[in-house]
Design a protein around this ligand. Sequence first.
Ligand code: SF4
Length: 204
Amino acid sequence: MEMDELDYTIDDVGALVKKVSIKKIKPCIAAEGKIRVLMQTDAELEDLIPYLVSRYPPGKVNYIERKKILTLTLHNRLITLYPSGKISMNKTRDKEEAIEVIAQVIGDMNHVYMEIQEGGTEDYSKIKDKLSHIGPLAIYNCLPQTSCEECGQATCMAFAVRLLAGETTLDQCTPLYDSQNISKVKCLEELLGSQIMHTLGWKD
Ligand code: SF4
């Protein structure tokens, strides 16, 4: 459907992105009655996108490195970020909901951008290497493997699968905080690195 462009100020003091414009609204082919919203940020995202990859659970992220296109499965929809600052969001109720959701992602973007500026971000090649080794079995190997169910899952493997899908957080495995499991925490740190540990919900 044709429409006038709509401009929204998301964060006046945002380190990178301050505004977003809704360029087009189309019917969503993935969900009847919903819309697909095409937006544009007021800053290019090319340099930022690789650093966003580790800020969401691996199961929520699809990154095409060659094109620097990142698709996030968040809030029950797909949000695709392009290097130019173009954003596509499907399964959305209306433009107000689109802005509400994208404001949260832009908050993440500005936070990560600040960290990059302050030199507090791991190099992307290291993050990429870590991500290539992360899977349910690798996580399982670093868990206490008692299937005690304290995390609400029947088995440690079920917990590992749900963790990577972003459906639970690492701190829910409370036995990891017991002193006898310090080697397990070290194993996770080695596998994931501090950034991804944090993304998956580890609290020191
Ligand atoms: S709390 Fe930890 S040790 Fe217990 S079942 Fe869950 S993942 Fe396994």
